[in-house]
Design a protein around this ligand. Structure first.
Ligand code: WT7
Length: 656
């Protein structure tokens, strides 16, 4: 697909004609049927505020019911259900105790093969005990708590315990480096860190406590307590005045803890995500609106029923693991699966063996995982009984039709609808997705906005693009309850990033998209300098800064390059101090730089390609010509005007 923002009409080379309607059987039993969807859409269109108010009253348990639905006095810092009071953890746990106390909440499998099962009552008890342990250390409402843990039930316990006492959690993905952890702790001003000795991943031990120690060694002065879960049993250092073992901390705590009733707008969590410039942004979500979005979409899009076993494979370090592991499905009273390790350990059949063994009925994962497993062939999944599966989901990046068809045929056995769900850390919950009992799907399209979501595609002037197949900016025209509230500590950046482009008239997602003749949305990718590597956002600036921090590097420019499995891979052009390295020297510097970026940011940001050049192509005004660099990285012909290029001879060097 060729696409530039200045060309209004996009040439859609992807002419997908296949359509898959839900089976009559699925449609008949679905939670949301055609008539329900129609009614929801009609209500939402007629009076969006009344629509959300009705859902918030029906779906959430309130300590004090709100009387005002949407407060736009400080728009675009919208506020929802402002004078209501509730507790998110109460809404995920206590609410089920009477009727579903003995129902399984979490089915856990560790990478080494250990298994645990927690009922709602047991989960409630664990959350309360840990909440009490935090309170005993003086942690309470409004305090920031950073969570740096493996994918074990205690990660969810920690998040829920924060919600219970009104503390604001910020989960940092366990794959991020000590330096990234430190940066997030400092930005959030956290006073507590919850970690583990380590976790299991791909047959190795990820040493989380060692990384945490490194992060805390210099700076992070706000941290006064570190809780450490024993997971791997590997030896670690404990600092007596600061570090507490999880099991010691909860040993004498009661398994009941009264929830702290907070305002609807009380921040529930921060989650850092990459932006196009500078440091990561702490996306701030509010309690009630977020929970409403996570719960409703869990039920609408995943059609959750009481006997379902729901597995979202995302780590809790990403928003998907917040909304569809830790909050949404629990609020909906579902049984969820958590798996600690890599999809390919001990072999590429692990996901399918878990589906068989735990009886997974709904499976939600990312295109990058689907592509990686697809490459391993059809034989592995064929060895497992996947007959319990009834619904499949995809998230994180556009899914290519080939991977979609494989997912449909080999995993879904041509029986399961696929929900391709578009959303973002900022949106809190799924925004554009099929309703599996109603919407006919097309491979590669996330189909249509959910009721109450006013998504549109606009051109450079902010006018709605009505020509089918013509691309533009994906925007949301009206506020929605689970939207981000601000960027932690930087409201100016919130306004600049999401609202200024079109004078605050609508939320700008940062993606380009087009709509087909049926009004179906097709996401085309990011419009800013953000890469999507394996379904995760990486800012080119962050990687560039990491590279330039290396003593040998003078200048760096990073672009994305299409990658068979990861979607996009990191391609870096670097200018060295001193002579441009060649041959063995270049190879060894490349190894060093890859390790360096891993250390600075984490392995996901590691460049796949590094190319050395004497200087970077710049316009006369000094701007790096990124489009040119992208074209070179992709091996494409250079079509843009290079007459402004300061040193045209550089092109050959860039080509390598
Ligand atoms: C960006 C958000 C939302 C959870 C995972 C990523 C891309 C997400 C889709 C999809 C096409 C998608 C967009 C979006 N994206 N889902 N179904 N089809 N693109 O969360 O890190 O906040 O990234 O991921 O580019 O803006 P995130």
């Amino acid at each position: 697909m060729i696409f530039t923002m200045n060309t209004p009409v996009v040439e859609s080379v992807l002419d997908e004609q296949r359509r898959f309607a839900p089976s009559a059987e699925f449609a008949a039993a679905a939670r949301v049927r055609a008539a329900d969807l129609e009614a929801l859409r009609t209500q939402a269109a007629a009076d969006p505020e009344a629509f959300w108010a009705g859902l918030a009253r029906a779906e959430l348990g309130w300590r004090k019911l709100f009387t005002r639905t949407l407060d736009a006095t400080e728009a675009p810092n919208f506020r929802w259900f402002v004078d209501g009071e509730l507790n998110v953890s109460w809404n995920c746990l206590d609410v089920h105790l009477a009727e579903r106390g003995h129902k399984t909440a979490i089915l856990f499998e560790g990478e080494p093969g250990d298994r645990r099962c927690l009922t709602y009552r047991e989960l409630h008890g664990e959350v309360c005990r840990f909440a009490n342990a935090m309170k005993a250390r003086g942690i309470g409402r409004g305090d920031r708590v950073v969570i740096y843990m493996p994918m074990v039930p205690e990660a969810v316990v920690a998040m829920q315990a924060c919600a219970r006492i009104g503390a604001i959690h910020s989960v940092v993905f366990g794959g991020f480096s000590a330096i990234s952890l430190k940066e997030r702790i400092e930005d959030a001003g956290a006073r507590c860190l919850i970690t583990a000795d380590g976790g299991h991943r791909g047959g190795n031990v990820v040493e989380l406590k060692a990384a945490a120690d490194k992060a805390l060694a210099d700076g992070c002065d706000t941290i006064d307590t570190v809780f450490v879960l024993r997971r791997t049993g590997a030896p670690i250092q404990m600092r007596v005045d600061r570090d507490v073992w999880w099991h010691d901390a909860i040993a004498l705590q009661a398994d009941d803890c009264a929830p702290d009733w907070v305002d609807a707008e009380h921040p529930l969590f921060l989650l850092y995500t990459s932006g196009s410039t500078g440091r990561p942004k702490g996306i701030q979500h509010a309690s009630a609106g977020y929970l409403l979005g996570a719960k409703l979409t869990s039920r609408w899009v995943f059609d959750l029923r009481d006997d379902d076993v729901f597995w979202c494979t995302a780590d809790v370090g990403w928003v998907t693991g917040h909304s569809y592991v830790a909050y949404g499905p629990l609020a909906a009273g579902a049984t969820i699966v958590m798996y600690e390790g890599a999809p390919t350990f001990p072999d590429g059949g692990r996901f399918w063996s878990i589906c068989e063994r735990l009886g997974v009925t709904i499976f939600y994962t990312a295109p990058t995982a689907i592509r990686a497993l697809m490459k391993l062939g059809d034989d592995l999944p064929a060895q497992y009984d996947l007959s319990k599966l009834r619904l499949l989901g995809s998230v994180g990046e556009p899914i290519n039709p080939e991977a979609w068809m494989w997912y449909h045929r080999v995993i879904g056995r041509e029986r399961c609808p696929i929900v391709d769900t578009w959303w973002q850390t900022e949106t809190g919950a799924i925004m554009i997705a099929p309703l599996p009992g109603v919407t006919s799907t097309k491979p590669g399209s996330c189909t249509q906005p959910l009721p109450g979501v006013f998504a549109d595609i606009v051109d450079e002037d902010g006018h709605s693009v009505t020509t089918p197949e013509a691309g533009g900016y994906l925007v949301i025209r009206k506020p929605w309850p689970s939207m981000l509230r601000t960027i932690w500590g930087d409201n100016a950046r919130y306004l600049a990033t999401y609202w200024e482009k079109f004078q605050q008239r609508f939320y700008v997602a940062g993606d380009s998209a087009h709509r087909d003749r049926d009004g179906f949305f097709w996401i085309m990718g990011r419009i800013d300098d953000v890469l999507n590597v394996a379904g995760h956002r990486l800012g080119t600036m962050e990687i560039e800064s990491a590279l330039v921090a290396h003593p040998r590097i003078a200048e760096a420019a990073v672009v994305g390059r299409p990658h068979e499995i990861k979607g996009e891979s990191v391609f870096a052009y670097v200018v060295c101090r001193g002579a441009r390295p060649v041959g063995d020297e270049a190879a060894s510097l490349t190894r060093e730089l890859r390790a360096w970026v891993t250390e600075q940011l984490g392995a996901i940001a590691k460049p796949d390609d590094i190319r050395y050049t004497d200087n970077l192509p710049k316009t006369r005004s000094g701007k790096i010509m990124r489009r040119l660099l992208r074209a070179v990285a992709r091996g494409e012909a250079i079509t843009q005007d290079i007459s402004t290029l300061e040193n045209p001879a550089i092109i050959d060097q860039l080509r390598g």
